[in-house]
Ligand binder design. Structure first.
Ligand SMILES: CC(C)(COP(=O)(O)OP(=O)(O)OC[C@H]1O[C@@H](n2cnc3c(N)ncnc32)[C@H](O)[C@@H]1OP(=O)(O)O)[C@@H](O)C(=O)NCCC(=O)NCCS
Length: 157
């Protein structure tokens, strides 16, 4: 398995696949090409036999000089629970540490129980919400009306 920085050409390979990776949810629209043009240095690809099996799209916050943000992480369904997500997060963590960032944030949908479990394993805490869904604090309408989100935060030691 190899890990490398994102390349522009990865867009054409990943976009046709990612809705399947998310169990049929429409996710491709949340990953426009701009991420492949402007965030390559803080985004990563994992490959096995030259096939993409995982990716992370992240960036350094423009507004908050001590923060970084993970927009997307995905691992091919056949390659889950093999530490690929952890490897991607560790690489991002090392990158943002070098930029002297102190906090990483990300969000997920309350229905995404896998993502919630994964982020908690990765040391993220769930921020206060305004309601609770299945025991998890959720911020209502965070991404627009009807789009509740779980907000994660990890302090970098
Ligand atoms: C979430 C996701 C990226 C995790 O990737 P992964 O490579 O399978 O995760 P890892 O193997 O690195 O697991 C890291 C830790 O999370 C835990 N974990 C991973 N999936 C889990 C699950 N479904 N339930 C509970 N814990 C889980 C692992 O057990 C491991 O914990 P450990 O270190 O104590 O053993 C992957 O399931 C995925 O791509 N899901 C679909 C896309 C998605 O929802 N992305 C997140 C929102 S953007």
């Amino acid at each position: 398995m190899e890990i490398r920085s994102l390349q522009r050409s990865d867009y054409d390979v990943l976009i046709p696949q990612i809705n399947d990776w998310w169990g049929g949810r429409d996710m491709a629209g949340m990953l426009p090409k701009l991420f492949f043009n402007h965030f390559k240095d803080t985004s990563f690809i994992v490959e096995e036999d030259e096939e993409i099996v995982g990716f992370l799209i992240g960036f350094l916050s423009q507004d908050k000089s001590d923060e970084a943000y993970i927009h997307f992480v995905g691992v091919h369904p056949d390659y889950r629970k093999k530490n690929i997500g952890k490897i991607l997060y560790d690489n991002f963590l090392n990158k943002v540490k070098m930029a002297d960032r102190k906090v990483i944030r990300c969000i997920t949908s309350p229905v995404n129980k896998t993502s919630i479990a994964f982020h908690q394993k990765m040391g993220f805490v769930i921020e206060q919400g305004d309601k609770t869904v299945d025991g998890v604090a959720v911020k209502s309408n965070y991404d627009g009306v009807g789009n509740d989100r779980v907000l994660f935060k990890k302090k970098i030691e």
